[in-house]
Design a protein around this ligand. Structure first.
Ligand code: SF4
Length: 86
């Protein structure tokens, strides 16, 4: 399992965390279009969260919103869910 699949990966500035629910990902790839520095597809075509410096939060949330199956969860470090909205 790659980073960020089914467990949260934390941004390098420790401000946000992201998880891809692996079982929900249908390899549509739109998350990568919106936030190519944050998401990539693994060898099975499933999205995961990359190492290094991520895109701006706005782009990350747009990527999560673009996911047709709502496979991406974005939270701040207090556990407040930024997407999907609770
Ligand atoms: S947009 Fe959603 S379904 Fe498509 S690759 Fe990203 S996580 Fe998977």
């Amino acid at each position: 399992m790659k980073k960020g699949q089914n467990e949260f990966a934390i941004s390098s500035d420790q401000k946000v965390r992201i998880k891809v629910i692996k079982e929900k990902c249908i390899s549509a790839g739109t998350c990568i279009v919106y936030a190519a520095d944050t998401f990539d597809l693994d060898e099975d075509g499933i999205s995961y969260v990359k190492e290094g410096i991520w895109d701006e939060l706005e782009k990350i949330v747009m990527a999560a919103k673009s996911c047709p199956t709502m496979a991406i969860i974005v939270e701040d470090m207090d556990g407040k869910q930024l997407w999907p909205l609770e």
